[in-house]
Design a protein around this ligand. Structure first.
Ligand code: NAD
Length: 354
């Protein structure tokens, strides 16, 4: 038996996690995965009930689970809540509490959605890449100074700081990810300027000695940002630090054409967490029109990475490809000539193709 903790959260979180659980139940029935679900609160919903965005009970349940499926948190209703109790704090609490050290964001452009990308069809057709971002180190977690006077001028500073074990851990995960894909890894840094990047490059190069079956290349971050626009098909797996990964993963996400389609995995030492990259979309919450595909694809990643159920993950991914190929579109990706569907019908169409 594998236990999945489901955290719907706020806004469209409830609708899209409900949809993903239904798809998981369908694939479970087919392939006997023996999945169990436990639902817990986080975000504004938890704040309303318990006065905190991440109750201890939720975190403890996540620690004991085999994997966590997360919807989204946040909304205007909690705009005036104190900063440390805001719904979004639940995400930071989970990252810290579960030691989620790596964020994986796949960008796969399905043929039937090539026209939705802001890039030219011939550039995006066939794009299939994963960005592996270090999530708990680097400049976001270094010392900082908000304001000091030096040489008569006010200044502020943030410290970028990486240790060899931190770089080794994320690099090994990236090599393992490349190994089960097309065997190509691009490490991104700014080694022509930054000392942390030079340590990063040295460490990645050393780890590569243990992965002869993966081809490694290095790119400077500015060049990588450009290459993602001019030739995104060249990439298989990209590994990078926290700051560069934050920026590059958002840039890469738009290649796919809709935020509603993009899944992610945050890998932890014990439990990993899977969630769509979008937020709680308060503007469409409760209307039954949210695209559940990003969350369903996150559930497929959960099966692949936490439960090693590759066949089940593939079954979900191809059911989504087929639903799109058959012309069904939620409002966010709809255009003339296609069949417009809501969250519930999208779920049914996907389930019926598993
Ligand atoms: P958002 O991602 O929620 O929405 C941006 C736009 O994309 C909106 O127009 C929304 O309707 C649309 N959209 C998003 N997901 C969609 C889906 N599945 N189907 C169809 N359309 C979709 O970003 P935002 O509006 O900047 O933030 C709303 C709230 O979500 C804020 O409180 C923010 O802090 C929070 N947020 C949470 C997370 C998270 O929980 N991981 C991430 C980002 C933002």
């Amino acid at each position: 038996m594998s236990k999945i903790v489901v955290i719907p959260g706020d806004g469209i979180g409830k609708e899209i996690t409900e949809s993903a659980v239904e798809v998981l139940k369908t694939v479970d029935k087919k392939l006997n995965l023996d999945l169990e679900y436990e639902f817990h609160d986080a975000g504004g919903t938890a704040y309303d009930k318990f006065g905190v965005p991440l109750p201890d009970e939720t975190l403890e349940a996540c620690k004991k689970a085999d994997a966590v499926l997360f919807g989204a948190v946040g909304g205007n209703k909690w705009d005036n809540v104190k900063a440390e109790l805001r719904p979004e704090r639940a995400i930071l609490g989970l990252r810290k509490g579960l030691g989620l050290y790596a964020n994986l964001r796949p960008v796969k452009v399905v043929d039937s959605l090539v026209g939705n990308s802001p890039l030219k069809p011939e550039l995006v057709k066939g794009v299939d890449l994963v960005i592996v971002r270090e999530l708990v180190g680097g400049i976001y977690f270094g010392d900082r100074c908000e304001s000091e006077i030096k040489d008569g001028a006010e200044r502020a500073w943030d410290l970028e700081n990486y240790s060899v074990p931190e770089i080794e851990r994320i690099t090994k995960l990236a090599f393992e990810t490349a190994k089960i894909r097309r065997g190509k890894l691009t490490s991104v840094d700014k080694a022509n300027v930054l000392a942390t990047s030079r340590l990063w490059r040295r460490t990645v190069t050393k780890i590569a000695e243990n992965f002869n079956d993966v081809e490694l290349n290095h790119l400077y971050v500015d060049n990588c940002a450009m290459q993602l626009c001019v030739n995104p098909k060249q990439f298989d797996v990209i590994v990078t630090g926290n700051l560069f990964g934050d920026i590059l993963s958002d840039e890469a996400a738009v290649i796919g054409g809709s935020i509603g389609l993009m899944p992610s995995a945050s890998i932890g030492e014990l439990t990993s967490l899977y969630e769509p990259i979008h937020g709680s979309a308060p503007d469409i919450a409760g209307k039954g029109i949210a695209n559940p595909m990003g969350t369903i694809l996150s559930a497929a990643m959960l099966l692949r990475y936490s439960l090693h159920a590759e066949e089940a993950a593939k079954a979900i991914e191809s059911a989504i490809d087929q639903t799109l190929a058959d012309g069904f579109r939620t409002a966010d990706i709809y255009s003339d000539g296609f069949k417009k569907i809501g969250t519930e019908q999208a779920t049914q169409e996907i389930c019926s193709r598993i």
